[in-house]
Design a protein around this ligand. Sequence first.
Ligand code: G6P
Length: 366
Amino acid sequence: GAADLGGYRYYMQKEIFEQPRAVADTLLDVTSIMPELFGDNAWRVFNGVDSVLLLACGGSYHAALTAKYWIESLAGLPANVEIASEYRYRDSVANPKTLVVAVSQSGETADVLGALQVAKRLGMTNTLSICNVPTSALVRECALNFMTRAGIEIGVASTKAFTTQLVALFLLTLALAQIRGRLSDEEERRHLHALRHLPDAMGKVLALEPQIMAWSETLTRKENILFLGRGMHFPIALEGALKMKEISYIHAEAYAAGELKHGPLALVSDEMPVVAVAPNDRLLEKLRSNMHEVSARNGRLFVFADVDCGLSPSPGVSAIRLNEYYGPLSPILHTLPMQLLAFHAALARGTDIDKPRNLAKSVTVE
Ligand code: G6P
């Protein structure tokens, strides 16, 4: 009811602004990095795995994709991500030494449960859930579990569940890195420090809402939007496009920026806005040249840039400046403007934001 909306008009908006709290709660018991955060047996299990297989659907799939970048980079383990509905029905080569990670807010998504069954039937018994509902079927079915503490999520479009999944997956990455001798005490301290300050940093990004709202006034009049990102921010561009289409019904697609010239560039014109996720990481120069490709075709760019990118607005290029680059946790910060942009575009269009047409919060049937 209106009472639990706490002054907000929509649950999605409330849940967007709850994220600093949700992340802080998810980190509540984390005073150091250790496998036991994932269950009593986790040390033995993690120590015996040679790769990671992540299974998920929807937004949770994008969280899992981000984790692939983290796990391969920081833990040095091969990681693969599969859409649960694809994995469960394809012939795959099983590796009993894989850690199977099922990522699901609800823990009741039929395809995720189905994919997990397939993995188990193929002899993969090292299973871990990252889930927001302790009483869910997924948690019962997995050997190890990590509970996100987003609290109940009501908006059909996932927000706080997504960012807390990322926090959980980052902790998993660090635990795997530690077991493999790839996390020094100094690095552990540095990552814990960044995690502890994440809620504050998120608060600063959420304060950009008025600027994002101003952009949504332009974007809401368009029929198509292209989202671009690179590296670990490519999944964040995917998540931005998903949010946009789910709740505003504007057709939105995300591309890895390097793929622009292999197709989507043909669509770019002054009628096709392009939203770019621009963290100040080692791919910035590459992204910059992708943005030039857009400008040269009269595409209108809307760039979410870290303040230290040195990117300033120019004709055809609008920029909103985020915090300074936040290292490997940067995708979490860059998620927030994606959510706010979709929310305000939907608000301007007058859609049923918390219950978009044809969609369900939890897809428990195929
Ligand atoms: C539905 C929801 C999405 C969610 C997806 C996966 O499509 O609308 O917000 O990302 O299911 O749900 P899960 O509970 O498995 O994370």
